[in-house]
Ligand binder design. Structure first.
Ligand SMILES: Cc1cc2nc3c(=O)[nH]c(=O)nc-3n(C[C@H](O)[C@H](O)[C@H](O)COP(=O)(O)OP(=O)(O)OC[C@H]3O[C@@H](n4cnc5c(N)ncnc54)[C@H](O)[C@@H]3O)c2cc1C
Length: 404
């Protein structure tokens, strides 16, 4: 069987970027198809779901979708630091619930959602510009004609790859994680674990979700390390290394695995009739490889810009450029700064990590959070780089500013 549909906008991928783009475009009166290849939205979880309460509130994500975090603990082989906040500013998302809420928002605004629909081909006009996609679904093939396509397919970047605009990411993070029920959990405290035994190019984590459930994971930078994150995670859990030991008895509930681009903001993200957003655009904070808030924020911008262009009757790359202009102004210099810190962190030995934690200890909670979020406001950076009482902290922030 083969069906054909005509839409103004086709969004490929029902993750946070795709659902947010579909929501904003549908709200703006555009006929939208949101296409997801899995059985249901967020059937497979590929992320550990840490994000920031300020962003959660800005997006209107309901309170029952996250667990608030107030204490930020770090450990290296021979050092440990906990930075505590008076109020929680970070959160661990119930990923499935949040992503389904985002898709529901899109549906309520009028977007049509197609699940079990795997996009595997692009349709081009005689100038070579995209004018739709073809997909397989359990009963056959579907053709979606559209004026604009948004590629929100995440790491695989299905559409822009099929167009020949990009190749596979060269530098990326690979992460493995168990969601477990544990005996002893402090639900307000996360753990980041650094050093060779945890991950030779990356870090391990314990992120609590409430109700004694935590996510324990390992992320490894590729191609810097050939360590398999799943194997390393099993070793850390089997040997109860570091703060994992404090969790007591552990019962595994679910396994998660995912890849996240770490090539910086290297991609052009608008082409004639096409926008890339979220992981397909490489929009991730390289310090901790978090991208959910960018996916939602820039997904919404992409949806609005696409639908305005559709209404205007001109969907060439210049008409879609306001989207790229928006996200570049908002995050490009911050991501570049964070990339410099990441380069420093990837090269640290265990002894150097022990010392780095002493620098982190000197930060106030809001300074630490701005830092880890790569939210480098210029005035803050200048203040920390020139006036912080500790030389090592000044050096770290000079690196952020790009001075050494
Ligand atoms: C191990 C790991 C841990 C992470 N932890 C965090 C974290 O703590 N905090 C944070 O903010 N970020 C984290 N990230 C990054 C975060 O998950 C991504 O930045 C975010 O999911 C990007 O959203 P997206 O919508 O662009 O892509 P995705 O969430 O990957 O969504 C893409 C969707 O497209 C669908 N799709 C793909 N191809 C097709 C196709 N051909 N046809 C139809 N549908 C298709 C997929 O099934 C998927 O549902 C982590 C990533 C990894 C790998």
């Amino acid at each position: 069987m083969s069906d054909t549909y005509d839409y103004d906008l086709v969004v490929v991928g029902g993750g946070p970027a795709g659902s947010s783009a579909a929501f904003e475009a549908a709200k703006n009166g555009t006929r939208v198809a949101l296409i997801e290849k899995e059985e249901s939205i967020a059937e497979t979880v590929r992320t550990s779901g840490v994000t920031w309460i300020k962003n959660i509130k800005e997006f209107g994500i309901p309170d029952d979708c996250f667990n608030p975090i107030r204490n930020f603990s770090f450990c290296s082989p021979n050092n440990e630091v906990t930075i505590s906040d008076s109020v929680p500013r970070a959160a661990v998302l119930d990923v499935r619930k949040t992503y389904r809420w985002l898709a529901k928002q899109a549906e309520k605004s009028g977007a049509d959602i197609f699940v079990k629909t795997n996009v595997n081909e692009v349709i081009k006009n005689d100038k070579g510009d995209i004018i739709g996609v073809r997909a397989s679904e359990p009963n056959g093939k579907i053709t979606f004609n559209s004026k604009v396509v948004i590629d929100a397919s995440g790491f695989p970047s299905t559409v822009c790859k099929a167009m020949g605009y990009v190749t596979q990411w060269e530098r990326f993070g690979a992460g493995a994680e168990y969601e477990v029920k544990a005996e002893n959990v402090d639900s307000e405290t996360w753990w980041l674990m650094v050093g060779q035994q945890y991950s030779p190019a990356g870090y391990a984590w314990i992120f609590p979700l409430g109700d004694n459930i935590v996510r324990i994971g390992v992320g490894v930078g590729k191609p810097e390390s050939d360590v398999d994150p799943t194997q390393r995670l099993n070793e850390l859990i089997d040997n109860r290394v570091g703060p994992i030991k404090k969790l007591g008895k552990i019962t595994q509930l679910e396994f998660h695995y995912g890849l996240i681009p770490n090539d910086g903001l290297s991609r052009q993200t608008v082409f004639n009739n096409l926008i890339l957003v979220g992981d397909s655009a490489g929009q991730a904070n390289p310090l901790v490889l978090e991208g959910i808030r960018y996916a939602i924020r820039f997904g919404r911008v992409a949806g609005k810009v696409a639908s305005d262009a559709i209404k205007s009757g001109n969907t060439d790359k210049n008409s879609l450029y306001p989207y790229e202009d928006h996200w570049r102004k908002e995050i490009e210099s911050k991501i570049n700064s964070a990339g410099r810190v990441q380069d420093r962190w990837i090269g640290l030995t265990d002894e150097e990590w022990d010392k780095e934690l002493n620098i982190i200890k000197e930060l106030k909670s809001e300074e630490f959070l701005d830092f880890i979020k790569a939210d480098f406001g210029l005035s803050n950076m200048v203040k920390l780089a020139t006036r912080h009482p500790k030389l090592a902290v000044r050096q770290l922030f000079n690196l952020v500013k790009g001075k050494n």
